[in-house]
Ligand binder design. Sequence first.
Ligand SMILES: *Cc1c(COP(=O)(O)O)cnc(C)c1O
Length: 406
Amino acid sequence: VTNSDTQEVIDRIRAGTHAVVDLDAYVANIRSLRALAPEGAAFMAVVKADAYGHGMLHCGKAAAEVVDFLGVARVDEALRLRRAEVSTPILVLGPANPERLAEALSNGITITVGTQEHLEQLVRAVESSGRRATVHLKVDTGMRRYGFIGRSAVDAAVALDGHPEIDLEGLYSHYSSADETDLTPTRDQLDSFNEVISGIRHHGIYPRFIHVANSAGIIAGIAGNSNLVRSGIATYGLSPSDELQLPVGFRPVLSMFTSITRCHQLGPGEGVSYGLSYKARASEDVAATGIGYADGLPRQLSNTGWFVVREQRASIRGRVCMDQTVIARPVGAQVGDRVRVFGAGQAGEMTLDAIASIAGTNNYEIATRVTARVPRLYVRRGQVVAWEHLLLGESHIVVDDIDCEE
Ligand SMILES: *Cc1c(COP(=O)(O)O)cnc(C)c1O
């Protein structure tokens, strides 16, 4: 691909609905989190779910330069990173699909074991493939989702440790409520976890990594005796919850843009979009834009959300459709104008938190909703360094050697 072709593709992506991912903000957020974690702790950037909608490949590559581990939920997510030549240790946090174990082991992917059944599957995969396995043992201290409870975790550690081809590298648990004001459940979880750690040490087993804190745990300063922390949401510059906000200095990484596709005038009493749920009282200028719920914009924003065009706030008129949304037309707005859908909020646009609040969910869900047809531009120092268009199967690095902002 030549430089002029590259510029043409970037211009074409910019002209339509697209997401911009600020890799400088991402790396800076990771650095800020490291500073909040226990001194000397290793850092895992969680890039599951396509990096919370930000794009796993380019976020994973950017993170790999500054972290010790990448975290994903599924073996397939780890395989995608390995196929893109990411050699950083990757931990699969969720239960591994047994059909995928052999491939995971041959790609040097670290597996979580959290039930007796999965332990046996792993042992079988190790024995039949002849590969070594690096394993983290998951302890369920309250989530009741995945992991061994209490005494059974100690037994599992003893079983794994006794296997010559298995390296029990880590022991971890996961907080259910570290993003809430009341930290009692979190302290209880930490107590249960510490009990398991002692039980395992009693057998002379000392896994290299002990970890429990997610973003909320890191920010709230409750990482226990961890020497590894795992963070997803905060690396993307998003707060874990309304109660637990990010400290100042963190910056949202993801912004979304679209463009105006048509301008027209509603007559008095005329309705707009499905169900004609918005009716103009007097004549009103409106503009159609090229973004809808199939791009990840919640339909709950109908008649409630807003975009920003030419530095003016433009309310959504009528229902958000699958592929288009109508807005009040700001003064001077024209077909082709760039429309800010959401972002850091500095231009008055909706933040992911604002959208989540309207949609009755959290910022995690809104970020992960950004769909495969939305091309993403990756930016460092204001310059596009990569793009990805999942729908077209395109992923391209424009500049490889640019340093991130200090
Ligand atoms: C998703 C996940 C995380 C990251 O959580 P955040 O709240 O996004 O920081 C950490 N640990 C486990 C086990 C997870 O599944």
